[in-house]
Design a protein around this ligand. Structure first.
Ligand code: SF4
Ligand code: SF4
Length: 326
């Protein structure tokens, strides 16, 4: 039966440092961040209970009752969803420590706290999901935190997933620490690495990141790119007032190509976007359009829009549709 739902409501799980959630999406009117277990600290999961709660939710969804927190979320779509019990959308974000200091990061509020915030070891939980075959081999596993490569269990965890033959592992890494497991996963074509460089000059990089690692990051990216099979994206988070100039953006795409990388990602800084969503200045559209329409001129093969940039595009498309009366 077709009904409106989303991949996360159906088969998703998100690990945070003190909670288990259904998803981590939050910039739509309903606010998202739907809780599955509060005060979660890495205990093995009672999957029967989780799947019971999903079955109850599914009954409501089939009646057209959408959770209030999902209201307005662009992930919602009508589909013939499978009611089988498995997980195929995982976010691993249970850690908050990082070797970088981005000014737009949620950890910027209290770096000392977030860098010392004790996390749990997620390896046994994922191993349990693998052993019980709760985790689908078709799963998308996304790492985002914090910086995953400095997690104690990171190399073992990635190797576990590679051995299990999961082939869609998305890793958000700042690129400062080189990871042999990422290199292996790229070689096997099972990893997508996304590194936010947000700049193409040392000066702007250091203004945003507050670490002297510009050269190191690009060197690591060039080395990862030698693996050929995996997909690497350099990402640009547009921060109005900081890196919002076209020259920086154009050089970023050129540097990406020159480093052997053929894919990019684009986003807009979260806090700024939430404040300005209904009043976006024209020059932001100019930069957005340049990136989204001109990346092929730089021999870049694809551009992934992240949550805020997608919302910017959707809002404008809707406005244009509305004003043209279609
Ligand atoms: S509809 Fe959006 S907010 Fe709701 S679970 Fe899906 S992704 Fe999360
Ligand atoms: S690299 Fe990611 S986790 Fe680290 S400070 Fe930057 S945004 Fe935050």
């Amino acid at each position: 039966m077709k009904y409106t739902s989303c991949i996360h409501l159906e088969h998703g799980i998100t690990f945070f440092s003190n909670s288990l959630q259904i998803c981590c999406i939050s910039s739509h009117p309903g606010g998202g961040n739907i809780l599955q277990i509060a005060n979660y600290r890495g205990e093995l999961i009672d999957w029967d209970k989780i799947f019971e709660s999903r079955a109850l939710m599914r009954k409501d969804l089939k009646k057209g009752i959408i959770p209030q927190k999902c209201s307005g979320c662009y992930y919602l779509k009508e589909n013939d969803w499978s009611s089988d019990n498995y997980i195929d959308e995982v976010l691993i974000g249970h850690f908050t420590h990082c070797n970088c200091n981005c000014i737009y990061c949620y950890t910027d509020k209290d770096k000392k706290f977030f860098n010392s915030n004790k996390t749990y070891n997620i390896y046994p939980v994922i191993k349990d999901m693998v052993d019980k075959k709760i985790l689908s081999k078709n799963a998308t596993i996304t790492f985002g935190g914090g910086e995953p490569t400095i997690l104690n269990e990171f190399e073992d965890l990635v190797n576990l997933l590679l051995d299990y033959d999961v082939y869609n592992i998305r890793i958000h890494s700042d690129g400062i620490k080189y990871s042999p497991a990422i290199e292996k996963g790229l070689r096997l074509g099972k990893i997508t690495l996304i590194t936010s460089v947000d700049s193409s000059s040392k000066q702007i990089y250091e203004k945003i990141k507050h670490v002297p690692c510009f050269d190191k990051v690009w060197e690591n990216l060039r080395n990862y790119a030698k693996s050929k099979n995996g997909l690497i994206r350099t990402k640009y988070v547009l921060i109005p007032g900081v890196n919002d100039n076209l020259r920086e953006v154009k050089n970023w795409m050129k540097m990406t190509y020159d480093s052997g990388i053929r894919h990019i990602a684009f986003d807009i800084e979260d806090n700024w976007f939430k404040k300005n969503r209904n009043n976006i200045p024209n020059y932001i559209y100019v930069i957005f359009d340049f990136v989204y329409k001109s990346y092929t001129q730089y021999n870049i093969e694809s551009c992934e829009l992240y949550e805020r940039a997608s919302n910017l595009k959707i809002d404008r498309d809707n406005k244009l549709q509305y004003s043209s009366g279609t």
